[in-house]
Ligand binder design. Structure first.
Ligand SMILES: *Cc1c(COP(=O)(O)O)cnc(C)c1O
Length: 461
């Protein structure tokens, strides 16, 4: 079913109690040429990278290293954790913080990008380091890690920000924190009444499955609802050890999802991805997102075209269980957030008809009702409660009639050609909607202040 347990011959003398002890695994991680050359034959490119200064941190648990086929220079696990000199090659549009996370942080380590949820970075340390890490600007560097003071500031911000109902703990990897500190963070979050769910983003089950102990699962189950996303990129990572760790987590009531990254030479093919998602649902892990590789320094050679991702989605949807199909996401460079990308299934539309195609190319007509009467838009109080931050209404705001436009910053001045005014209304007024057909409560003064008519692209505020 899963990849059989493999313990590199190099480790055959390590007794089981040590091998299965997460502390032993953490303190025996591989990071030098000499250590890695013991378990596999390094290429010149790998040696060069390992000997380079200022390279993004290397550390690999013996468990994860033992999953590499030492004779295969293109092994998909090897490429994820052993650097090559291609990491040092710059590329067009390469950035240090491609998702502009630092700009969206009200306090260090807290990224508040979306209206109702935050990403909370609690450490910069991981069990092993992925070569394509999107946060390599801080991850791996103990000097960049977060202090007690940062943590208190994060908690303080969350206590005073009632629109946050979902906190995603990440880093680094929250599961490498000292057990006591880890529990303290979760219990402090749980004590904030408006925080409805706590999510963990972790690759520990994959790098260090022995860390998922019964004690950890018991601890987590005291703070439900807890959700977790793991990070598996290739079926070779799905071992009996990972399966058992996932079983312990799901039995503790934690729903598991998987986030993978589309990586050239690792998993950039329909058949590899289809096997991956099938192997994941077999261990009760629901594929959640498949990410396009970010424009981050060091990751250039892992990037594929976006069309490769669309092709993979074409090969999954309809061809396999809906539960096994992740969403393909491009995390927008410049801080635009996650954008789902998929093949087009809507071919055309006319009043009363939608023309759709399925995965086989069958084209159908959905005839729409002629007498459909939609529920009225939610009352203003409900809208404000749901989305108190102006400027994040997006396209939904256009559909609900709160805004008529979404315009780039300075859109007005760019088009100012200096012509005379011919009409009765002065300046701006003649471009404003007259309010005909809008829900009346939204035209009042109050509503205009909370839900401004014009969403500008100005992100300086
Ligand atoms: C990915 C991410 C989230 C969570 O996004 P979901 O689509 O809800 O999983 C939240 N905040 C930030 C900054 C993120 O990058």
């Amino acid at each position: 079913m899963t990849t059989p347990s493999r313990r590199a011959p190099f480790y055959k003398d390590v007794p089981d109690e040590k091998w299965n002890d997460w502390r032993w695994q953490m303190s025996n991680r591989l990071n030098t040429v000499a250590e890695l050359a013991n378990v596999l034959e390094l290429s010149d490119s790998e040696r060069k990278a390992l000997e380079a200064k200022d390279l993004f941190r290397v550390d690999i648990t013996p468990y994860f290293a033992s999953l590499i086929d030492p004779r295969d220079p293109h092994d998909p696990i090897r490429a994820q954790v052993i650097p090559t000199d291609r990491e040092m090659a710059p590329f067009t549009s390469m950035m240090e913080d491609s998702l502009a996370e630092d700009r969206h942080s009200p306090v260090p380590g807290l990224v508040h990008r979306y209206p109702d949820r935050v990403l909370m970075l609690v450490t910069t340390q991981c069990a092993s380091y992925c070569r394509y890490c999107t946060r390599s600007r801080i991850v791996g560097d103990p000097g960049q890690t977060f202090s007690r003071k940062d943590f208190e500031a994060q908690i303080d911000y969350l206590q005073h920000t009632p629109q946050v109902r979902d906190v995603l703990l990440s880093g680094g990897d929250p599961l490498v924190l000292a057990p006591k500190l880890f529990e303290e963070i979760i219990s402090r979050l749980r004590a904030i009444p408006h925080i409805e769910i706590v999510r963990l983003g972790s690759r520990v089950p994959v790098f260090l499955p022995m860390r998922i102990t019964a004690e950890m699962c018991d601890m987590l189950s005291k703070y439900h609802p807890i959700w977790m996303n793991i990070h598996v990129n290739h079926s070779n990572e799905i071992t009996p050890e990972l399966a058992a760790a996932c079983d312990r987590l799901t039995r503790a009531g934690i729903p598991l999802g998987n986030q993978s990254v589309l990586l050239a030479g690792v998993n950039d093919s329909v058949h590899i991805q289809r096997k991956l998602v099938h192997d994941l649902v077999k261990i009760r892990v629901r594929p959640y997102y498949l990410y396009q590789c970010d424009l981050v320094e060091g990751a250039g050679h892992f990037r594929t075209t976006v069309s490769k991702g669309i092709e993979i989605m074409e090969g999954l949807r309809g061809h396999t269980s809906g539960y096994a199909v992740p969403q393909f996401i491009v995390d927008a460079p410049g801080g635009g957030g996650k954008i789902p990308v998929s093949p087009n299934y809507v071919l055309s539309q006319a009043p009363g008809k939608v023309i759709l195609r399925n995965y086989e190319g069958f084209i159908t007509t959905y005839t729409e009702p002629e007498d459909y009467n939609p529920h009225a838009v939610a009352p203003l109080e409900a809208q404000i409660k749901h989305r108190p931050e102006p400027g994040q209404e997006g396209v939904l705001g256009l559909l609900e009639g709160h805004d008529m436009f979404i315009k780039p910053a300075n859109f007005e001045t760019v088009h100012q050609r200096g012509g005379g005014m011919h009409r009765l209304k002065a300046n701006e007024q003649k471009w404003q909607p007259l309010g005909i057909g809008q829900p009346p409560e939204l035209i009042e003064g109050d509503a205009k202040e909370t839900l401004p008519l014009i969403s500008s692209g100005d992100d300086s505020k």
